[in-house]
Design a protein around this ligand. Structure first.
Ligand code: DP6
Length: 333
């Protein structure tokens, strides 16, 4: 049996979203994106290759992986085996300390941790760029959980030019993220379905045309730690992605568009706008699920919690607080 390697990674939250693929085999995105790692949530994954195993054995959160997850993880192990030139099957155990597949980008931390643990377990020594490229092929957003802090994923146009790099380290800015979990069940529509349908929206091209300006605004706001320019850019960007989702044609003919939101999602959006009108510097973003991520600076946490508390109770939600987190790392080898 090879060394058992344990790696950890945080999920990341996209401030500028990846929505739509140029190449769905390689996960080359239609546009560049920007994210921040969430240190309040963690995936831990161990990998050991073992020549005596007849097939990969994969456990997720203590249970044998279902067929879909098994194929995805085993397919990623194939990429690692090919890079290392080995054929051994592997034992993989992975766990999240947060709800899986509920718009908290669990696939980002999962494939980042798997790429790092898997490549080390077969003694590949990949640098950050190569790891990001490998993680991307498991799940696009995983490319961004390899580097730490604030991260940009350069879309590129080929396997070797599409990878993520750090814009600023975790301690650069005292930005906090409060994830409001409105529904922790796995989402009904995967982001893969959303990516696939995106191009059918009449607003897709318009969104892509605005993105280079949005990327500039967000990059600069992070560099200057300027919350008042970050907030409107991040919020409009999230709305733009969801506008495309809602107006795209999913594969299921009975659906008129992809609604990731729940009524409570809109409730929270409107509360955020009200809080802002009352002078609290906060903004929201939403990924491919109903949950809402609130961004604010550390100095405003007390005020935010006070506003949030009655709402959380009314909506039956719970919260996960994060600061910008590190990139993927080895826990044990
Ligand atoms: C809405 O990375 O989950 O979270 O590459 O098909 O695995 P695949 O998609 P995935 O898509 C993430 C979509 C998003 C936006 C983002 O994280 O940028």
């Amino acid at each position: 049996m090879s060394h058992r390697i344990v790696a950890a990674a945080h999920p990341n939250l996209a401030l500028v979203k990846y929505w739509g693929k140029r190449d769905s085999e390689l996960n080359i995105p239609a546009n560049s994106s920007i994210s921040v790692n969430l240190d309040g949530a963690l995936t831990t994954t161990s990998v050991a290759f073992d020549p005596s195993l007849p097939e990969d054995r994969i456990f997720l959160n203590g249970e044998p992986a279902n067929r879909e997850a098994y194929c995805r993880v085993s397919g990623h192990l194939d990429r690692i085996r090919e890079l290392a030139g080995i054929n051994d099957r592997a034992l993989v155990e992975s766990g999240n300390d947060f709800p899986t597949a509920a718009g908290i980008a669990s696939s980002s931390s999962a494939f980042a941790a798997l790429s790092l643990a898997g490549s080390r377990a077969c003694r590949l020594d990949l640098d950050e760029k190569q790891l990001s490229i490998l993680a991307r092929k498991g799940s696009g957003s995983a490319a961004r959980s390899i580097p730490g802090g604030f991260v940009e994923w350069e879309a590129g146009d080929s396997d070797q030019t599409s990878f993520a790099f750090q814009l600023a380290p975790p301690g650069h800015w005292d930005l906090e993220i409060c994830t409001v979990v409105l529904d922790s069940r796995p989402k009904r529509f995967s982001s893969a379905e959303g990516h696939m349908a995106a191009g059918t929206s009449p607003f897709y091209r318009a969104r892509l045309e605005t993105l280079s300006r949005t990327l500039d605004l967000v990059r600069t706001a992070i560099r200057d730690k300027n919350f008042s320019s970050l907030a409107p850019a991040v919020e409009r960007e999230a709305i733009s992605m969801h506008a495309v989702a809602i107006t795209s044609l999913p594969v299921s003919a009975w659906m008129s568009g992809l609604y990731y939101w729940m009524p409570e999602t809109l409730d929270l959006i409107q509360s955020v706008q009200q809080w802002r009108e009352n002078g609290l510097d906060v903004c929201f973003t939403i990924d491919a699920g109903p949950n809402v991520h609130l961004l604010y600076e550390g100095k405003d946490r007390g005020r935010l919690e006070a506003e949030l508390e009655p709402l959380i109770a009314r909506l039956g939600a719970y919260t996960i607080f994060s600061r910008p987190g590190n990139g993927a790392w080895i826990l044990d080898e």
